[in-house]
Design a protein around this ligand. Structure first.
Ligand code: ATP
Length: 231
């Protein structure tokens, strides 16, 4: 279980995340929604150890990992799929996937399992990653995270820049990941997608939580108000 307690994170003078708390349980999708600049990416980067928080803590299975380096968090099963995919352009598809493989990680995922999930990837494994479409690159970024055998997958803007069809495919994957007991922390601007898969919805506005609970407990008008800061 991942727990974030009253986490704050700054960019210089700007407080991007204000005392944010959340709990992520195995087999669950927790969606964090919010407009551009709401603080979603900063939150995920702080959880992954890529942005030092100013205060608050991150706990994994009850253990405080707030000061732990990112590599160690990966070993513990906490993996980030960053916004913009960040594949290595000089590497092939397969080489990009292997970047995610982690010595210490054990679990069901390996290269063969990723190819079972995305059969086209095996056929194109020797191609440079740059020859793939945006959706295909997103799939490779997810595959790269999976070979690290995450228990907690942090997905930043899964649907950004993808066609609706590819977005559907990406979301269709999630139940298969959850079945294995994985937990997913999903950051999205696309609220309708997030609501469909999430068991918990948290909305951020200028770094503060404006709504938090089960998606079915909110009306679309309430979600819209929380998202845009309407009264
Ligand atoms: P987006 O969807 O546009 O990525 P976001 O919700 O992920 O938005 P963040 O990227 O976390 O939001 O940004 C939160 C705030 O921090 C914004 O006001 C943004 O301008 C600021 N910010 C983000 N990164 C930096 C940076 N490297 N330097 C300075 N300010 C930053």
């Amino acid at each position: 279980m991942l727990e974030v307690r009253k986490l704050s994170a700054d960019h210089g003078q700007l407080r991007a995340v204000h005392e944010l708390s959340l709990v992520l349980e195995p087999g669950q999708v927790h969606a964090v929604i919010g407009a551009n600049g709401a603080g979603k990416s900063t939150l995920l980067r702080a959880i992954a150890g890529l942005h030092p928080p100013s205060s608050g803590s991150v706990l994994l299975d009850g253990e405080d990992i707030t000061r732990e380096p990112p590599e160690q968090r990966v070993t513990r099963g906490l993996c980030l799929v960053p916004e913009g995919r960040r594949l290595f352009s000089s590497l092939s598809v397969e080489e990009n996937l292997l970047v995610g493989r982690h010595r210490a990680a054990t679990g069901p995922w390996n290269l063969g399992k990723v190819y079972e999930l995305f059969p086209w990837m095996r056929e194109r494994r020797r191609q440079p990653a740059t020859q793939l479409s945006g959706g295909e690159q997103q799939a490779v970024a997810i595959g790269r995270a999976l070979v690290a055998n995450p228990r907690m997958l942090l997905l930043d803007e899964l649907s950004l820049g993808l066609s609706p069809k590819i977005v559907q495919q990406m979301y269709a994957l999630m139940p298969r990941l959850l079945e294995t007991g994985m937990a997913i922390l999903l950051v999205e601007q696309d609220v309708s997608q997030a609501i469909r898969v999430a068991s918990r919805l948290q909305c951020l506005l200028e770094g503060r939580t404006t709504l938090d609970g089960r998606p079915r407990d909110f009306t679309p008008a309430q979600i819209e108000a929380a998202y845009f800061g309407l009264r």
